[in-house]
Design a protein around this ligand. Sequence first.
Ligand SMILES: Cc1ncc(COP(=O)(O)O)c(C=O)c1O
Length: 434
Amino acid sequence: MTSLQDCLALDAQDPLRALRTQFTLPEGVIYLDGNSLGASPRAAATRVAEVVQQEWGQGLIRSWNDAGWISLPQRLGDQFAPWLGAGAGELVFTDTASINLYKVLTAAARIAREDAPTRKRIISERSNFPTDLYIAQSVCQEFGLELVLLEPEEIAGALTEEVAISMLTHVNYRTGAMHDMAAVTAAAHARGILCVWDLCHSAGAVPVDLKGADADFAIGCSYKYLNGGPGAPAFVWAHPRLVDRFWQPLTGWFGHAEPFRFVPDYHPAQGIQRYLCGTQPMVSLSVLQCGLDVFTAVEPLGGMAALRKKSLALTDLFIALVEERCQGHGLGLATPRAHAQRGSQVCLTREEGMGVDGKDSGAYAIVQALIARGVIGDFRKGDGTGLHKDILRFGFTPLYVGFEDVWHAVEHLRQVLESGEWRRPEFNRINAVT
Ligand SMILES: Cc1ncc(COP(=O)(O)O)c(C=O)c1O
Protein backbone atom coordinates (compact mmCIF):
# COMPACT_ATOMS: atom_id res chain seq x y z
CA MET A 1 0.00 0.00 0.00
CA THR A 2 1.41 3.39 -0.99
CA SER A 3 0.77 6.23 1.45
CA LEU A 4 0.74 9.98 0.96
CA GLN A 5 4.09 10.02 2.80
CA ASP A 6 5.55 7.59 0.26
CA CYS A 7 4.41 9.93 -2.53
CA LEU A 8 5.98 12.94 -0.85
CA ALA A 9 9.23 10.99 -0.57
CA LEU A 10 9.09 10.08 -4.27
CA ASP A 11 8.65 13.77 -5.14
CA ALA A 12 11.58 14.71 -2.92
CA GLN A 13 13.84 12.28 -4.83
CA ASP A 14 12.52 13.22 -8.29
CA PRO A 15 15.34 14.69 -10.45
CA LEU A 16 12.74 16.35 -12.73
CA ARG A 17 10.79 18.02 -9.96
CA ALA A 18 12.19 21.52 -10.50
CA LEU A 19 10.87 21.57 -14.08
CA ARG A 20 7.37 22.22 -12.76
CA THR A 21 8.42 25.80 -12.01
CA GLN A 22 8.83 26.34 -15.75
CA PHE A 23 5.03 26.15 -16.17
CA THR A 24 2.18 28.41 -15.18
CA LEU A 25 -0.28 26.12 -13.41
CA PRO A 26 -3.19 27.47 -11.37
CA GLU A 27 -3.00 27.03 -7.60
CA GLY A 28 -5.08 24.08 -6.40
CA VAL A 29 -5.31 22.39 -9.81
CA ILE A 30 -4.04 18.87 -10.48
CA TYR A 31 -3.63 18.89 -14.23
CA LEU A 32 -4.04 15.45 -15.79
CA ASP A 33 -5.00 16.63 -19.27
CA GLY A 34 -1.60 17.48 -20.74
CA ASN A 35 -2.31 14.68 -23.22
CA SER A 36 -5.01 16.95 -24.65
CA LEU A 37 -3.71 20.49 -24.10
CA GLY A 38 -0.33 20.89 -22.40
CA ALA A 39 0.27 23.53 -19.72
CA SER A 40 1.55 26.99 -20.53
CA PRO A 41 5.34 27.37 -20.29
CA ARG A 42 6.17 30.31 -18.00
CA ALA A 43 8.30 31.85 -20.75
CA ALA A 44 5.36 31.97 -23.20
CA ALA A 45 3.74 35.20 -22.03
CA THR A 46 7.01 37.16 -22.20
CA ARG A 47 7.81 35.65 -25.58
CA VAL A 48 4.40 36.63 -27.00
CA ALA A 49 4.88 40.19 -25.76
CA GLU A 50 8.36 40.29 -27.32
CA VAL A 51 7.14 39.00 -30.68
CA VAL A 52 4.12 41.31 -30.76
CA GLN A 53 5.81 44.44 -29.41
CA GLN A 54 9.34 44.12 -30.74
CA GLU A 55 9.52 41.76 -33.69
CA TRP A 56 6.16 42.69 -35.17
CA GLY A 57 5.58 46.11 -33.55
CA GLN A 58 9.03 47.57 -34.18
CA GLY A 59 10.60 45.23 -36.71
CA LEU A 60 7.49 45.06 -38.91
CA ILE A 61 8.13 43.17 -42.15
CA ARG A 62 11.89 43.37 -41.60
CA SER A 63 11.52 40.62 -38.97
CA TRP A 64 11.06 37.97 -41.65
CA ASN A 65 14.82 38.42 -42.16
CA ASP A 66 16.07 40.19 -39.03
CA ALA A 67 14.28 38.02 -36.45
CA GLY A 68 14.73 34.89 -38.56
CA TRP A 69 10.99 34.28 -38.96
CA ILE A 70 11.47 32.79 -42.41
CA SER A 71 13.42 29.79 -41.09
CA LEU A 72 11.54 29.24 -37.82
CA PRO A 73 9.60 26.11 -38.97
CA GLN A 74 12.90 24.48 -39.92
CA ARG A 75 14.83 25.70 -36.87
CA LEU A 76 12.19 24.35 -34.49
CA GLY A 77 12.19 21.10 -36.48
CA ASP A 78 15.96 20.80 -36.05
CA GLN A 79 15.66 21.58 -32.33
CA PHE A 80 13.14 18.80 -31.69
CA ALA A 81 14.21 16.22 -34.32
CA PRO A 82 16.58 14.29 -32.00
CA TRP A 83 13.66 13.60 -29.62
CA LEU A 84 12.00 11.67 -32.44
CA GLY A 85 15.08 9.93 -33.79
CA ALA A 86 15.12 12.23 -36.81
CA GLY A 87 18.02 14.14 -38.30
CA ALA A 88 18.63 17.84 -38.89
CA GLY A 89 16.76 19.13 -41.94
CA GLU A 90 14.20 16.31 -41.80
CA LEU A 91 11.40 17.81 -39.68
CA VAL A 92 9.36 21.02 -39.85
CA PHE A 93 6.69 22.50 -37.62
CA THR A 94 3.82 23.76 -39.75
CA ASP A 95 0.04 23.60 -40.22
CA THR A 96 -2.05 21.13 -38.21
CA ALA A 97 -1.72 17.40 -37.64
CA SER A 98 -4.78 16.82 -39.87
CA ILE A 99 -3.32 18.88 -42.72
CA ASN A 100 0.10 17.26 -42.40
CA LEU A 101 -1.51 13.84 -42.42
CA TYR A 102 -3.25 14.74 -45.68
CA LYS A 103 0.11 15.74 -47.15
CA VAL A 104 2.02 12.59 -46.15
CA LEU A 105 -0.82 10.20 -46.88
CA THR A 106 -1.18 11.68 -50.36
CA ALA A 107 2.57 11.44 -50.91
CA ALA A 108 2.48 7.81 -49.74
CA ALA A 109 -0.48 7.09 -52.03
CA ARG A 110 1.41 8.58 -54.99
CA ILE A 111 4.46 6.45 -54.22
CA ALA A 112 2.29 3.33 -53.84
CA ARG A 113 0.46 4.06 -57.09
CA GLU A 114 3.80 4.14 -58.90
CA ASP A 115 5.53 1.25 -57.10
CA ALA A 116 2.60 -1.09 -56.44
CA PRO A 117 -0.47 -0.06 -58.45
CA THR A 118 -2.39 -3.26 -57.64
CA ARG A 119 -2.44 -2.53 -53.91
CA LYS A 120 -5.74 -0.86 -53.12
CA ARG A 121 -5.95 -0.70 -49.32
CA ILE A 122 -5.04 1.66 -46.53
CA ILE A 123 -5.30 -0.09 -43.17
CA SER A 124 -5.87 1.63 -39.86
CA GLU A 125 -7.47 1.09 -36.45
CA ARG A 126 -11.19 1.45 -35.89
CA SER A 127 -10.40 3.40 -32.73
CA ASN A 128 -7.82 5.65 -34.36
CA PHE A 129 -8.47 9.35 -33.76
CA PRO A 130 -11.36 10.26 -36.09
CA THR A 131 -9.55 13.07 -37.93
CA ASP A 132 -7.04 10.47 -39.20
CA LEU A 133 -9.84 8.30 -40.52
CA TYR A 134 -11.64 11.26 -42.09
CA ILE A 135 -8.47 12.40 -43.87
CA ALA A 136 -7.79 8.84 -45.04
CA GLN A 137 -11.32 8.63 -46.46
CA SER A 138 -10.62 11.68 -48.58
CA VAL A 139 -7.30 10.27 -49.82
CA CYS A 140 -8.98 6.95 -50.60
CA GLN A 141 -11.61 8.72 -52.65
CA GLU A 142 -8.96 10.59 -54.60
CA PHE A 143 -6.81 7.51 -55.33
CA GLY A 144 -9.49 4.83 -55.66
CA LEU A 145 -8.32 3.10 -52.47
CA GLU A 146 -10.29 1.40 -49.72
CA LEU A 147 -9.89 2.18 -46.00
CA VAL A 148 -9.93 -1.01 -43.93
CA LEU A 149 -10.45 -0.55 -40.19
CA LEU A 150 -9.13 -3.12 -37.76
CA GLU A 151 -8.87 -3.90 -34.08
CA PRO A 152 -5.23 -3.78 -32.86
CA GLU A 153 -4.93 -7.57 -32.62
CA GLU A 154 -6.01 -7.93 -36.27
CA ILE A 155 -3.25 -5.71 -37.70
CA ALA A 156 -0.45 -8.30 -37.98
CA GLY A 157 -2.70 -10.65 -39.98
CA ALA A 158 -3.95 -7.84 -42.24
CA LEU A 159 -0.51 -6.91 -43.63
CA THR A 160 -1.08 -8.52 -47.02
CA GLU A 161 -0.16 -7.82 -50.62
CA GLU A 162 -3.40 -5.94 -51.09
CA VAL A 163 -2.28 -3.21 -48.67
CA ALA A 164 -0.54 -0.07 -49.92
CA ILE A 165 -0.29 1.92 -46.67
CA SER A 166 -0.48 1.27 -42.95
CA MET A 167 -1.66 4.42 -41.16
CA LEU A 168 -1.45 3.97 -37.41
CA THR A 169 -1.35 6.18 -34.36
CA HIS A 170 1.57 5.09 -32.20
CA VAL A 171 -0.24 5.69 -28.88
CA ASN A 172 -4.01 5.30 -29.03
CA TYR A 173 -5.96 8.33 -27.82
CA ARG A 174 -8.73 6.25 -26.20
CA THR A 175 -6.74 3.56 -24.44
CA GLY A 176 -3.15 4.79 -24.23
CA ALA A 177 -2.06 1.50 -25.84
CA MET A 178 1.24 1.81 -27.73
CA HIS A 179 2.28 -0.08 -30.85
CA ASP A 180 5.79 -1.45 -31.24
CA MET A 181 6.72 0.94 -34.05
CA ALA A 182 9.85 -0.93 -35.11
CA ALA A 183 8.14 -4.34 -35.20
CA VAL A 184 5.01 -3.16 -37.05
CA THR A 185 7.09 -1.20 -39.55
CA ALA A 186 9.42 -4.15 -40.18
CA ALA A 187 6.46 -6.52 -40.69
CA ALA A 188 4.77 -4.03 -43.03
CA HIS A 189 7.93 -3.36 -45.04
CA ALA A 190 8.53 -7.10 -45.41
CA ARG A 191 5.23 -7.13 -47.33
CA GLY A 192 5.94 -3.96 -49.31
CA ILE A 193 3.64 -1.69 -47.28
CA LEU A 194 4.45 1.96 -46.52
CA CYS A 195 4.08 3.10 -42.90
CA VAL A 196 2.63 6.43 -41.83
CA TRP A 197 2.74 7.10 -38.08
CA ASP A 198 0.71 9.63 -36.10
CA LEU A 199 2.77 10.69 -33.07
CA CYS A 200 0.27 13.07 -31.44
CA HIS A 201 0.30 11.11 -28.16
CA SER A 202 3.96 10.09 -28.42
CA ALA A 203 6.00 13.23 -29.11
CA GLY A 204 7.57 14.33 -25.84
CA ALA A 205 5.77 11.51 -24.01
CA VAL A 206 7.53 8.28 -24.97
CA PRO A 207 10.80 7.35 -26.69
CA VAL A 208 10.43 7.54 -30.48
CA ASP A 209 13.10 6.52 -32.97
CA LEU A 210 11.76 7.16 -36.46
CA LYS A 211 15.01 6.37 -38.29
CA GLY A 212 15.74 3.40 -36.01
CA ALA A 213 12.28 2.00 -36.75
CA ASP A 214 12.74 2.81 -40.44
CA ALA A 215 9.35 4.57 -40.58
CA ASP A 216 8.31 6.19 -43.86
CA PHE A 217 6.31 9.24 -42.77
CA ALA A 218 5.27 10.76 -39.44
CA ILE A 219 3.17 13.66 -38.22
CA GLY A 220 2.07 14.88 -34.82
CA CYS A 221 0.66 17.85 -32.97
CA SER A 222 2.56 20.06 -30.54
CA TYR A 223 -0.18 21.27 -28.20
CA LYS A 224 -0.19 18.11 -26.05
CA TYR A 225 3.06 16.91 -24.43
CA LEU A 226 5.13 19.58 -26.22
CA ASN A 227 3.18 22.37 -24.50
CA GLY A 228 3.14 24.49 -27.66
CA GLY A 229 -0.18 26.22 -26.91
CA PRO A 230 -3.76 25.80 -28.17
CA GLY A 231 -3.71 25.11 -31.91
CA ALA A 232 0.11 25.26 -32.03
CA PRO A 233 1.69 24.24 -35.35
CA ALA A 234 2.14 20.50 -35.84
CA PHE A 235 5.18 18.67 -37.22
CA VAL A 236 5.78 16.57 -40.30
CA TRP A 237 8.62 14.20 -41.12
CA ALA A 238 9.39 12.16 -44.22
CA HIS A 239 12.18 9.61 -44.44
CA PRO A 240 15.05 11.10 -46.51
CA ARG A 241 14.75 8.22 -49.01
CA LEU A 242 11.16 9.31 -49.80
CA VAL A 243 10.97 13.02 -49.13
CA ASP A 244 11.86 14.13 -52.66
CA ARG A 245 9.99 11.43 -54.57
CA PHE A 246 6.76 13.38 -54.94
CA TRP A 247 5.27 16.76 -54.32
CA GLN A 248 2.96 16.87 -51.40
CA PRO A 249 -0.47 18.01 -52.59
CA LEU A 250 -0.64 21.46 -50.96
CA THR A 251 1.86 23.11 -53.26
CA GLY A 252 2.03 26.58 -51.75
CA TRP A 253 4.81 29.08 -52.19
CA PHE A 254 6.58 28.33 -48.89
CA GLY A 255 7.29 24.84 -50.26
CA HIS A 256 8.70 26.25 -53.49
CA ALA A 257 12.43 25.99 -54.19
CA GLU A 258 12.65 29.77 -54.67
CA PRO A 259 9.56 31.43 -53.18
CA PHE A 260 10.88 34.95 -53.71
CA ARG A 261 11.53 34.53 -57.42
CA PHE A 262 7.76 34.61 -57.90
CA VAL A 263 7.82 32.39 -60.96
CA PRO A 264 4.49 31.02 -62.24
CA ASP A 265 5.54 27.35 -62.19
CA TYR A 266 5.82 25.22 -59.08
CA HIS A 267 9.23 23.72 -58.39
CA PRO A 268 9.35 22.05 -54.99
CA ALA A 269 12.18 22.75 -52.56
CA GLN A 270 14.43 19.80 -51.83
CA GLY A 271 13.81 17.99 -48.58
CA ILE A 272 11.22 18.57 -45.91
CA GLN A 273 10.81 22.27 -46.77
CA ARG A 274 8.49 21.17 -49.59
CA TYR A 275 6.03 20.12 -46.88
CA LEU A 276 5.42 23.78 -46.02
CA CYS A 277 2.48 25.39 -47.77
CA GLY A 278 1.72 29.06 -47.08
CA THR A 279 2.82 31.86 -44.73
CA GLN A 280 3.64 30.47 -41.32
CA PRO A 281 2.09 31.68 -38.02
CA MET A 282 4.99 33.45 -36.29
CA VAL A 283 3.29 34.19 -32.97
CA SER A 284 2.24 30.56 -32.56
CA LEU A 285 5.62 29.19 -33.66
CA SER A 286 7.40 31.53 -31.23
CA VAL A 287 5.25 30.32 -28.34
CA LEU A 288 5.84 26.72 -29.39
CA GLN A 289 9.57 27.36 -29.06
CA CYS A 290 9.04 28.00 -25.31
CA GLY A 291 7.55 24.51 -25.03
CA LEU A 292 10.44 22.96 -26.97
CA ASP A 293 13.00 24.85 -24.87
CA VAL A 294 11.76 22.99 -21.79
CA PHE A 295 12.82 19.75 -23.51
CA THR A 296 16.25 21.23 -24.12
CA ALA A 297 16.40 21.85 -20.35
CA VAL A 298 15.55 18.16 -19.73
CA GLU A 299 18.57 16.93 -21.69
CA PRO A 300 21.13 17.41 -18.86
CA LEU A 301 18.62 15.79 -16.46
CA GLY A 302 18.54 12.53 -18.38
CA GLY A 303 16.43 13.39 -21.45
CA MET A 304 13.69 11.09 -22.65
CA ALA A 305 14.92 8.17 -20.51
CA ALA A 306 14.31 10.25 -17.37
CA LEU A 307 10.90 11.46 -18.60
CA ARG A 308 9.82 7.93 -19.49
CA LYS A 309 10.98 6.51 -16.16
CA LYS A 310 8.95 9.09 -14.25
CA SER A 311 5.93 8.75 -16.55
CA LEU A 312 5.83 4.98 -15.98
CA ALA A 313 6.21 5.44 -12.22
CA LEU A 314 3.35 7.99 -12.17
CA THR A 315 1.03 5.84 -14.28
CA ASP A 316 1.89 2.65 -12.31
CA LEU A 317 1.11 4.52 -9.09
CA PHE A 318 -2.20 5.86 -10.43
CA ILE A 319 -3.31 2.38 -11.55
CA ALA A 320 -2.32 0.82 -8.23
CA LEU A 321 -4.07 3.51 -6.14
CA VAL A 322 -7.27 3.39 -8.20
CA GLU A 323 -7.37 -0.39 -7.83
CA GLU A 324 -6.72 -0.16 -4.08
CA ARG A 325 -9.03 2.72 -3.23
CA CYS A 326 -11.83 2.93 -5.82
CA GLN A 327 -13.18 -0.60 -5.93
CA GLY A 328 -16.87 -1.38 -6.27
CA HIS A 329 -17.78 1.50 -8.58
CA GLY A 330 -17.67 -0.23 -11.97
CA LEU A 331 -14.29 1.12 -13.07
CA GLY A 332 -12.06 -0.92 -15.36
CA LEU A 333 -8.64 -0.38 -16.91
CA ALA A 334 -8.48 0.24 -20.68
CA THR A 335 -4.72 0.89 -20.70
CA PRO A 336 -2.33 -2.07 -21.00
CA ARG A 337 -0.31 -2.75 -17.84
CA ALA A 338 2.85 -3.75 -19.69
CA HIS A 339 5.23 -0.81 -19.86
CA ALA A 340 6.24 -1.51 -23.45
CA GLN A 341 2.60 -1.35 -24.50
CA ARG A 342 1.50 1.98 -23.12
CA GLY A 343 2.05 5.70 -23.47
CA SER A 344 1.82 8.36 -20.76
CA GLN A 345 -1.91 8.22 -20.04
CA VAL A 346 -4.22 5.96 -18.05
CA CYS A 347 -7.73 5.37 -19.30
CA LEU A 348 -10.44 3.96 -17.10
CA THR A 349 -13.67 2.47 -18.42
CA ARG A 350 -17.10 2.45 -16.84
CA GLU A 351 -19.90 0.09 -17.74
CA GLU A 352 -22.94 1.36 -19.64
CA GLY A 353 -26.01 1.56 -17.43
CA MET A 354 -24.14 2.75 -14.32
CA GLY A 355 -25.03 6.42 -14.87
CA VAL A 356 -27.92 8.37 -13.38
CA ASP A 357 -31.17 6.41 -13.96
CA GLY A 358 -29.12 3.78 -15.82
CA LYS A 359 -29.01 6.11 -18.85
CA ASP A 360 -25.29 6.03 -19.59
CA SER A 361 -22.02 4.99 -17.93
CA GLY A 362 -21.74 8.05 -15.67
CA ALA A 363 -18.12 8.43 -16.82
CA TYR A 364 -18.70 11.94 -18.17
CA ALA A 365 -20.32 13.08 -14.91
CA ILE A 366 -17.48 11.61 -12.81
CA VAL A 367 -14.95 13.56 -14.87
CA GLN A 368 -17.00 16.75 -14.47
CA ALA A 369 -17.21 16.26 -10.69
CA LEU A 370 -13.43 15.80 -10.59
CA ILE A 371 -12.91 18.97 -12.64
CA ALA A 372 -15.10 20.88 -10.16
CA ARG A 373 -12.66 19.71 -7.48
CA GLY A 374 -9.69 20.93 -9.53
CA VAL A 375 -8.62 17.52 -10.86
CA ILE A 376 -8.67 18.00 -14.61
CA GLY A 377 -8.90 14.95 -16.86
CA ASP A 378 -11.27 14.36 -19.75
CA PHE A 379 -13.93 12.04 -21.15
CA ARG A 380 -14.09 10.19 -24.45
CA LYS A 381 -17.38 8.70 -25.55
CA GLY A 382 -17.65 5.01 -26.36
CA ASP A 383 -19.17 3.66 -29.55
CA GLY A 384 -22.29 2.38 -27.80
CA THR A 385 -21.64 -1.22 -28.90
CA GLY A 386 -19.66 -2.21 -25.81
CA LEU A 387 -16.54 -2.78 -27.94
CA HIS A 388 -15.16 0.69 -27.22
CA LYS A 389 -16.48 1.82 -23.85
CA ASP A 390 -16.83 5.28 -22.33
CA ILE A 391 -13.43 6.43 -21.11
CA LEU A 392 -12.22 8.57 -18.21
CA ARG A 393 -8.84 9.75 -19.47
CA PHE A 394 -5.92 10.93 -17.34
CA GLY A 395 -2.66 12.13 -18.87
CA PHE A 396 0.56 12.26 -16.86
CA THR A 397 3.07 14.80 -18.07
CA PRO A 398 6.23 14.11 -16.05
CA LEU A 399 7.42 17.69 -16.63
CA TYR A 400 4.83 19.05 -14.21
CA VAL A 401 2.86 16.23 -12.56
CA GLY A 402 4.19 14.85 -9.27
CA PHE A 403 3.56 11.77 -7.15
CA GLU A 404 1.65 13.75 -4.51
CA ASP A 405 -0.67 14.97 -7.32
CA VAL A 406 -1.41 11.35 -8.19
CA TRP A 407 -2.24 10.52 -4.59
CA HIS A 408 -4.64 13.45 -4.23
CA ALA A 409 -6.23 12.85 -7.65
CA VAL A 410 -7.13 9.29 -6.70
CA GLU A 411 -8.39 10.44 -3.30
CA HIS A 412 -10.69 12.93 -5.06
CA LEU A 413 -11.87 10.18 -7.40
CA ARG A 414 -12.63 7.94 -4.41
CA GLN A 415 -14.60 10.72 -2.71
CA VAL A 416 -16.53 11.59 -5.90
CA LEU A 417 -17.52 7.94 -6.31
CA GLU A 418 -18.34 7.23 -2.67
CA SER A 419 -20.31 10.42 -2.04
CA GLY A 420 -22.21 10.04 -5.32
CA GLU A 421 -21.68 13.74 -5.99
CA TRP A 422 -21.17 12.97 -9.69
CA ARG A 423 -24.95 12.36 -9.83
CA ARG A 424 -25.64 16.08 -9.45
CA PRO A 425 -27.45 17.56 -12.50
CA GLU A 426 -24.73 20.12 -13.25
CA PHE A 427 -22.20 17.30 -13.77
CA ASN A 428 -24.56 15.49 -16.15
CA ARG A 429 -25.02 18.35 -18.61
CA ILE A 430 -22.87 17.64 -21.66
CA ASN A 431 -20.57 20.51 -22.74
CA ALA A 432 -19.51 21.17 -26.34
CA VAL A 433 -15.94 20.04 -25.55
CA THR A 434 -15.67 16.93 -23.38
C1 LIG B 1 -4.08 10.90 -32.65
C2 LIG B 1 -4.53 12.27 -33.01
N1 LIG B 1 -4.36 12.72 -34.27
C3 LIG B 1 -4.76 13.97 -34.62
C4 LIG B 1 -5.35 14.81 -33.68
C5 LIG B 1 -5.84 16.18 -34.01
O1 LIG B 1 -5.35 16.76 -35.12
P1 LIG B 1 -5.45 18.35 -35.29
O2 LIG B 1 -4.39 18.95 -34.43
O3 LIG B 1 -5.28 18.56 -36.73
O4 LIG B 1 -6.79 18.79 -34.79
C6 LIG B 1 -5.52 14.37 -32.38
C7 LIG B 1 -6.15 15.27 -31.39
O5 LIG B 1 -6.30 15.01 -30.24
C8 LIG B 1 -5.11 13.07 -32.03
O6 LIG B 1 -5.30 12.61 -30.80
